[in-house]
Ligand binder design. Structure first.
Ligand SMILES: C[S@@+](CC[C@H](N)C(=O)[O-])C[C@H]1O[C@@H](n2cnc3c(N)ncnc32)[C@H](O)[C@@H]1O
Length: 286
């Protein structure tokens, strides 16, 4: 196999287009940057260069996996979130743009305060915990996940963004690893897809992303029930809860927060106008 960078990109884009990818040329470029360990700017400047045969073989193997439906972020090995680059592997959910709303809301609510303790339940890649630690430099974040493989990725992301000293990673079931501890805020993007809905998801989600990160039980609300009902295991109830929710779940989650004693509850919409974040405070502000 011998072709220039330009030719390789052209062939890969064609192949990805045939497979129905929405951005074939963009994906072809990023997969080549990942394969060669170079930047996009380097590719543009070296279009007439011929990569080694082994490099091209590796590249076209990635392109074939993408054409077969494997998520592009797993192949590239990273995903941008809050303008930071996160390592992602098939052990973690690929961070979604709507989850940035969760981080932005946490930062808006908590910025300027000192000695903050924030708990991220179901941290996955650590995208939420690490971004919050970066954006709130006076905070200490505890990140819990039941998956040791996910925590391993999250720890690498904390190191990547220099917040290892302020993010503590714990393996376990929801609040179990932090029982009797106290936090100013609990944030979570828990698994919230109902069992029946999982089967209707796009192939690249359903067949590749971890079920553990998706499965929210028969109606998708299992984790919100537990996240609100089990707050009693903490030393004191946190003043602020911030939960990402799926479509048509905001009302039920609002009721759960209200039943847990939270009086001031608001919803934040995503760009499509769907209520996406439930923000619950213990006290009513006047
Ligand atoms: C929807 S993913 C969110 C990942 C990440 N926070 C994000 O927003 O990209 C949910 C995460 O919850 C974790 N999880 C599932 N069951 C759990 C449990 N019982 N206790 C703690 N974490 C759990 C999964 O392993 C997964 O990483």
């Amino acid at each position: 196999m011998s072709s220039t960078i330009k030719e390789a990109l052209r062939r890969a884009s064609f192949c990805l287009k045939q497979a129905g990818c929405v951005n074939p040329s963009g994906e072809a470029e990023v997969l080549l940057t990942a394969s060669l360990g170079v930047t996009r700017a380097w590719l543009y400047a070296h279009g007439e260069e011929k990569p080694e045969a082994a490099e091209l073989k590796h590249y076209f193997a990635l392109v074939a996996r993408r054409a077969a439906g494997e998520p592009y972020a797993y192949l590239a090995g990273e995903k941008e979130f809050m303008s930071l680059s996160f390592l992602v592997t098939p052990a973690v959910l690929i961070p979604r743009p709507e989850t940035e709303l969760l981080v932005e809301a946490a930062v808006r609510e908590l910025k300027g305060r000192e000695n903050l303790r924030i708990l991220d339940v179901g941290t996955g890649s650590g995208a939420v915990a690490v971004s919050i630690a970066v954006l709130l430099p006076k905070s200490e974040v505890v990140a819990v996940d039941i998956s040791p493989a996910a925590l391993n990725v999250a720890m690498q992301n904390a190191a990547r963004h220099n917040v290892t000293d302020r993010v503590r990673f714990l393996a376990g079931d929801l609040y179990a690893p932090v029982s009797r501890e106290s936090f100013d805020a609990v944030v979570s993007n828990p698994p919230y897809i109902s069992l029946t809905e999982i089967e209707t998801l796009e192939r690249d989600v359903k067949d590749y992303e971890p079920r553990l990160a998706l499965n929210g039980g028969s109606d998708g609300l299992d984790f919100y029930r537990r996240l609100t009902a089990e707050l009693a295991v903490l030393a004191v109830p946190p003043a602020l809860l911030l939960f990402e929710v799926g479509c048509r779940q905001s009302e039920a989650v609002t009721e759960l927060c209200s039943a847990a004693g939270y009086k001031n509850i608001s919803l934040l919409n995503d760009l499509a106008g769907i209520p996406r974040i439930v923000l619950a405070k213990q006290t009513v502000t006047v």
